[in-house]
Design a protein. Sequence first.
Length: 336
Amino acid sequence: MPQLTVALDMMGGDYGPPVTVPAAAQALSLLPHLKLILFGLEPELSPWLDRCKLLHHPRVSVCFTSQVVTNEQKPTHALRYGANSSMRKALDALANGEAAACVSAGNTGALMAMAIRVLNTVAGVDRPALITRLPQAGGGYALLLDVGANISCDAVTLARFGVMGEQAARHVLGICSPRIRLLNVGAEASKGSEAIRQAGQLLTAIPDLNYTGFIEGDGLFTGQADVIVCDGLVGNVALKTSEGVARMLLGLGERRGLLWKILSFWIKRRLSHLNPDQYNGASLIGLRGSVVKSHGSAGSPAFLNAILQAVAEIEHELPASIAHRFDTAPMDSHAR
């Protein structure tokens, strides 16, 4: 199998190297064909690289940077002053062809702004979207987008998200004819905002797209759709609420008492697939390259899953498939 190279921003997120370095080490042990380029501040990164035996690893390159993009930085400030940051250097490696994907747990707004500047979007796409997996009750996953990159969206943008999500479901999840739905306050055609209703009309008009109407919030995990489309505000609230409920249920065993222990054991066996760490990683799709955003609060197992997601996108050539879809069936022709 040919080697794949992924660029990692080792400083992003709430924890930085104590989380990202062990995750990188585990990814290398799981994937013999994986090479990593690690970017970060030497004083913080080097001790962890030494501890995890990555300083002289044959499949690891380390590039020390002089800056870090903090969670508090505004995207405009990061764009203007963050040229030597670990986030920007990881994206530069992707743009220069040194890496085939980039993973960061850093500031979402800054990552999106830098990625657009460095990589640009594919023809026909104005704004990339953050897309993530949702576990389904009957097994497998559905894809939800946008989950935070675009707070408000017009009808054309939502329809473009549907087309991009369809390609992700086809090429990453392996679904031949993904069912596309718009997240709405009701299933009836008259429900929702004007943008959502118009987006439904646009998606209906696109040839070879399996658009099946609206879906409500209680259907997110029931297997009714393969791709669920919404704006970034709604998607982020839905995702964070779902993760909070999952963590609450999976953490019941921390309470004292035999009954709670038994209940926790049963819940963890039945609901282990809902653990947010297992599906951590939201991809910025619509760019000319694979960029995966890990949760800022992610631990090492979750950051590992973000790396594995980046590898899957490389292997399935997702950016190229999205570009081809818009090239052969431009959204503009359906938006008029």
